[in-house]
Design a protein. Sequence first.
Length: 191
Amino acid sequence: MILASRNQHKVREFGELLPGFDLRPLPEGIESPPEHGETFAENALIKARAAREATGGIVIADDSGIEVEALGGRPGVRSARYAGESAGDEENLAKVLGDLEEAGGTRAARYVCVVALIDESGEEHLFEGSCSGRLIPEPRGTGGFGYDPAFIPDETGPEDSRTMAEISPGEKNALSHRGRAARALADHLGR
């Protein structure tokens, strides 16, 4: 299967989440299409369709991000570009935390991931996962990427204040939005 991404964090994470599957990154020279969808599902399908057209193979693509309650669900599908088209993880995280500080109120947030599969027959399938939690004002931890250093998942319990960047990769994969969507995909492929 081809993962419609060259993001090495994502390729590694999907490789861990889909053991036993021959997963390859998007080949060099194939451009990723603009993500102009209004939902995670639309963007995942845009990427999957472009990869399918370019390679003719079985492809998976995901779109994921964080929705912050006090920001009306922003950054949502714009999570990777929240601070600008060329912004990196640190700039995006700083902008979300700054906007959240200005907005006040709840620090509740949730990660969302939608994985699109286009199988050998060309049929399209969607798999969604989410992970609820809260954002803290000061990032902590060196694991993970994106918004992980400021996101404390609810599922680890009220006494556990570790961020997604502080928990082990195994723990993260068990409760993350991407882990849940990938397990739904693996269940489908196993059938």
